[in-house]
Design a protein around this ligand. Sequence first.
Ligand SMILES: *[C@@H]1O[C@H](CO)[C@@H](O)[C@H](O)[C@H]1NC(C)=O
Ligand SMILES: *[C@@H]1O[C@H](CO)[C@@H](O)[C@H](O)[C@H]1NC(C)=O
Length: 331
Amino acid sequence: MARVEALTVLLSCHFLLARFSNGELLEMSEELTGGGTFRRGTNSEQHIQTWRQIQASVKRQAYLNLHSMDFQLPAKYGINLFSHLSPEQFRDIYLRAWPEVAPKYNMTKHGRPGSERYLPRFDWREHGAVGPVQNQQSCGGCWAFSVVAAIEAVHVKDGGKLQDLSVQQVIDCDYKSQGCNGGSTVSALEWLKQTKEKLVNETEYPYKAETGLCRVFPQLYGGVSVKDYTAFDFSGQEELMMERLVDWGPLVVIVDATSWQDYLGGVIQHHCSSRHANHAVLIIGYDTTGEVPFWIVRNSWGTSWGNGGYVYVKMGDNMCGIADTVAGVFL
Ligand SMILES: *[C@@H]1O[C@H](CO)[C@@H](O)[C@H](O)[C@H]1NC(C)=O
Ligand SMILES: *[C@@H]1O[C@H](CO)[C@@H](O)[C@H](O)[C@H]1NC(C)=O
């Protein structure tokens, strides 16, 4: 059975490669790179490069899909908005979170006795705490997006209204980060805690997708500030993360998102390593009721990526390093 399936995939890969004739790939590269800039039929160096990268993407995706065969609810990989980028270009633009080592979570020391009751599924979206998926565009500010989204959610959890808070303010003002060139979720939370910086509304400090000068607001100005945060390594104890997510609110995590370049949907269960963090995201829920328990993860690459901007990551194996550095926010 497995061999038959493997053969089918191999055949469909050839089919896929054959289906994309050079012309079609050129057309696709035009579409992916925003059309107009390259004229069809020109031999521009950049255009040929893009076309080669899409070909390489198709091969990489076929390889990833071949491995998905062994799993239930497998992730699917294929042509998406990042297929015209080489893995190096993708990394340089989008994978800009700095790794952080957090202390191991110790239930005896940090937990609350008797709190280890797990709901089989939980989703902060159903509690009105999660706004629409954002798009960081070509700014490496993922670390700020995940932190701000966590603050928005905890503000709702604490009885506030769902507000779109300014990511740009964190990108511009957290002097420990390098803005769109990268930053750390943990150090951004530390900065927010120490300075008590009040995050203003997105409309007052809109997102520009580039690092700018920090705008300072008068003291009396309203906004949401962070009282405290906590960051732990939950690897090997993901069941404890479930209860923490319900108690603390959405969790800020850093992951290895290298293989996410090709992700289309489904539950990621392979080719996603731990201890190589390069991207920051927000866990907003989980589901353990099906064959494969998974985390529901909100990304900041727009709604056309993944499952409407979300990605599902298998629970229990520290897949993508999702349990390595887990932060909760307190307002
Ligand atoms: C957890 O914390 C308790 C209490 O501080 C300590 O006795 C225990 O050794 C710790 N366990 C681990 C695995 O560090
Ligand atoms: C931000 O916008 C919300 C409505 O979305 C409003 O209730 C709140 O007062 C605004 N906050 C500030 C600091 O202006």
